[in-house]
Write a protein that binds this ligand. Structure first.
Ligand code: MRU
Length: 360
């Protein structure tokens, strides 16, 4: 069986900076940008140079290292160094509110900072060691992300019917993670087993991640993909042209309600009506067991320009009222399974999610 490895490495720690693909440039060019300062990383996450829940988690972890490197130049006592760095870490975690992976990865870095805070040794050597540990952890999180995605892909491939057409929304691919992808990881693993599998990609207004990013990354890997606009999914479902839906998630509550890119909920309702299984593929780091249901998920409100303009040109009457939530929440009743690195979780999600966290 062919191993299907994505050629894309979305984000990577190099020596003392973070190197990432600039996703605002798609589909016109494929460029890398080096992020060398903490504030620049905050902006890169906020302006979506890097985007996708797992990828912004790694970016956040790298951002904490960048802040640590900057503070280390100030020769501060260790306690002051740590308290300033913890503040900066919290700031980094606030760059985008919905994807819990950002808070999760920054929290991993904060645990390391707290471990070193009360050291009796001289500040300079503790700080050097601490900054090093943060770097090593950033690298470790990158490697783990790829390994987890491959497991998600392989579990997911088991439920992909032969010759299936898989509908996806937004981009939950290599470019939303370090590499391989979650929903598109399932596609990659399924395609490796059966090269008659294909994808229908929703355009995903307003930022067009489906059109700009999903079609690009699948085309790069030679996986057949057909682009459709967001309103078309029911039409193709009714015609029997869609066999399953597989999407990513930005945050999943303890009851299985799943936040993902705006428009996902509509696809889930359409899939239920047409009896098509709707799967969510996500690592356990996307599951926030501290919240009971999707009602508690903070939904990012984004710039109105994303709706009023395309490529810098207005597409509507000037001054029209705009609301632009970046995400919606699909109720757990509409989800056939949550594909994780610990296997496919099925309803009752409260139980299967709790069990997954207790599984080795
Ligand atoms: O606003 P974005 O592009 O960061 O939103 C991305 C999504 O909604 C993805 O589907 C989600 O993060 C899962 S990525 C594996």
């Amino acid at each position: 069986m062919a191993e299907f490895t994505s050629k894309i490495r979305t984000i990577e720690w190099v020596d003392n900076y973070s190197k990432m693909v600039d996703q605002t440039k798609f589909p016109y060019s494929f460029e890398y940008v080096n992020i060398t300062k903490g504030d620049k990383m905050f902006d890169a996450i906020k302006t979506m140079i890097v985007r996708g829940a797992p990828a912004i988690g790694i970016a956040g972890a790298h951002g904490v290292v960048l802040y640590a490197q900057e503070l280390a130049e100030q020769n501060l006592p260790i306690e002051e160094f740590c308290s300033k760095l913890l503040e900066k870490a919290d700031y980094m975690a606030s760059a985008r509110p919905t994807a819990v992976n950002l808070m999760w990865a920054v929290e991993k870095q904060k645990e390391i900072i707290k471990k070193y805070c009360h050291s009796e040794l001289d500040s300079e050597s503790v700080i050097t060691k601490l900054v090093d540990e943060l770097r090593i952890n950033g690298k470790k999180l990158e490697e783990e992300d790829i390994a987890i995605n491959k497991k998600i892909g392989d579990y997911g491939a088991e439920v992909v019917p032969k010759g299936a057409t898989i509908l996806t929304h937004c981009n939950a691919g290599a470019l939303a993670t370090v590499g391989y992808g979650t929903a598109l990881g399932v596609v990659r693993s399924a395609y490796a087993k059966d090269n008659t599998v294909q994808v229908f990609a929703d355009e995903t207004r307003p930022r067009q991640q489906g059109a700009r990013i999903t079609t690009l990354e699948l085309t790069m890997d030679g996986i057949p993909v057909t682009l459709i606009t967001d309103g078309m999914c029911s039409y193709f479902m009714k015609k029997g042209m869609i066999d399953m839906v597989c999407v990513g998630a930005d945050r999943i509550a303890a009851n299985g309600d799943a936040a993902n890119k705006i428009g996902t909920y509509t696809v889930a309702i359409a899939a239920k009506y047409h009896n098509i299984p709707f799967y969510v593929a996500a690592p356990l780091s996307t599951i926030d067991t501290s919240i009971k249901s999707g009602d508690d998920i903070v939904i990012e409100e984004r710039s109105h320009d994303e709706v009023t303009h395309i490529n810098g040109k207005p597409i509507c009457a000037e001054g029209v009222k705009i609301i632009n939530p970046g995400f919606d929440v699909t109720p757990h009743e509409l989800i056939a399974g949550i594909i994780t690195e610990k296997g496919i979780l099925r309803p009752d999600y409260k139980k299967s999610i709790a069990d997954a966290f207790n599984k080795d």
